[in-house]
Design a protein around this ligand. Structure first.
Ligand code: NAG
Length: 330
């Protein structure tokens, strides 16, 4: 069911995006999963990036010498971007794997960014996933959310996806939407609006990644290897048709709301697995940022924005809803 409705959302989105044609009328949407050499380029990490399976799988690793990373060759204005990712296992404190979109290399002071960041953890504790949104250089205004997962992300590949349209951004894990950012008047230019490239990196985040930097990367356990496959880029490649992208008519489909099924899947995920939300962080934002709608569910969060039920997630109390009654209004 969830999977059907995701397909629907993507199909609707693609219908809108396919209005984006080059002047020759040739469609700009590339085929689904691209081999590395067809759409990506290595950014750093020399031999710490390795290709497998005809370039369809990419391993990036972190050792005492360096991390590694790659990026899409093109920048895209809106689209659907995803990868199946398997994270390094074992003791991964301080290790950060990031899967994100950015235009920081082009717009130094007014860059946009959409992030999935995977924060490693001490042995026996789970990876945390963080999402974040920056627009027009709003790096002083973090919009972080963190979540636990309902599976072990080191055991298998799972799909992480970003759907970015003119009107909304949706982050997905497998077929479940986990976060929606609707463009509001009040967000203004802080809603990403310039072409971005897709990036994947692994790096040493010792200074902040695990419990705010309490645990450093331990290279005794290196190399840390993150595996990527099914790298998918579906959108308007800006280099090929900057003006066509900008002029693409909007048939209104990208303003359409999520289906009820999708929305309840998202709400259930957030009620159960969200461990931090910037909308609840009264220490950082004494008044919630304007796009936040904070309801009764706020009672489940401390003034720091951290969920009161510290044991949320896979290892948590499975048969006990940690947020008794307060999970209705997300
Ligand atoms: C983006 O930020 C720049 C620099 O702060 C500012 O001059 C510009 O007006 C902003 N753009 C929009 C659309 O608000």
């Amino acid at each position: 069911m969830a999977s059907r409705s995701l397909c629907f959302v993507v199909a609707v989105f693609l219908a809108a995006a396919s209005a984006c044609l080059s002047s020759a009328g040739e469609p700009l949407l590339p085929p689904t999963a691209l081999a590395f050499g067809d759409g990506y380029t290595q950014l750093f990490g020399d031999s710490n990036l390795a290709l497998h399976g005809d370039g369809k799988r990419v391993h990036i690793s972190l050792d005492e010498r360096t991390g590694a990373g790659f990026a899409s060759r093109d920048a895209y204005l809106h689209g659907f971007f995803s990868a199946r990712i398997k994270l390094p296992a074992d003791h991964t404190a301080g290790v950060v794997v990031a899967f994100y979109m950015s235009n920081g290399d082009v717009f130094e002071r007014t860059h946009d960014e959409l992030d999935f960041e995977f924060l490693g953890n001490v042995r026996g504790k789970e990876w945390r996933v963080q999402t974040n949104v920056y627009g027009n250089g709003s790096t002083a205004v973090g919009r972080e959310e963190r979540y636990g997962l309902w599976f072990d992300p080191t055991e298998d590949f799972h799909q992480y996806a970003i759907l970015w349209s003119r009107h909304r951004i949706i982050f997905y894990i497998d077929d479940t939407p986990i976060r929606e950012v609707v463009r509001t008047e009040s967000m203004g230019a802080q809603f990403p609006s310039k072409p971005m490239s897709l990036y994947a990196t692994i790096w040493d985040g010792s200074s902040w990644a695990t419990s705010g930097g309490r645990y450093k990367v331990d290279y005794k356990y290196a190399p840390y290897v993150a595996e990527f496959t099914d790298l998918t880029l579906r959108g308007c490649a800006a280099s090929r048709a900057a003006t066509a992208c900008a002029r693409a008519p909007d048939d209104g489909s990208s303003t359409r709301a999520m289906s009820t099924t999708q929305r309840s899947a998202m709400e259930a995920f957030r009620a159960r697995y969200m461990t931090y939300g910037y909308c609840y962080d009264r220490l950082r934002y004494p008044a919630p940022l304007p796009e936040c709608t904070v309801g009764a569910e706020a009672a489940a969060f401390l003034p720091s924005g951290d969920a009161r039920a510290a044991s949320r997630g896979r290892g948590g109390r499975r048969h006990h809803r940690p947020r008794g009654g307060a999970d209705s209004a997300l």
